[in-house]
Design a protein around this ligand. Structure first.
Ligand SMILES: [Zn+2]
Length: 118
């Protein structure tokens, strides 16, 4: 049985199934940053990259049209419980890598597993 990944589209949040390929982990191990990026496409047509590490685990997911971001943290969960203005600031902070004034919130989100950092 081939293991499968379930990843969320970073654009619209749709669940995308990907089949695992052992080659991904091999390629990750031989790449300088230890990650291998696989392009994926969600049902709504968004392209995004899934970064797989040398153990075959997904480390992060990035929209496909964005080159590596300044920050090393990604929003991976549903943060709709945050007030929209805070949510927007968190999203911006993760994008820019500038967490000024949001350190506590981002720490909390990390603890809750909603923000994942390399
Ligand atoms: Zn999508």
């Amino acid at each position: 049985m081939l293991p499968r990944y379930s990843v969320r589209c970073p654009v619209c949040g749709a669940l995308v199934e990907m089949s695992f390929n052992a080659r991904y982990a091999d390629l990750a191990r031989s790449s300088p940053d230890g990650l291998y990026a696989v392009m994926a496409k969600c049902p709504a047509g968004h392209f995004f990259r899934v970064y797989i590490d040398g153990d075959g685990f997904i480390r992060r997911v990035s929209p496909g049209d964005v080159e590596d971001k300044a920050g090393d943290c990604e929003l991976v969960g549903d943060v709709s419980f945050l007030p929209p203005i805070v949510r927007q600031r968190v999203v911006e902070a993760l994008k820019t890598g500038n967490y000024q004034g949001l350190e506590r919130i981002i720490e909390d989100l990390k603890r809750m597993g909603l923000v994942v950092c390399l």
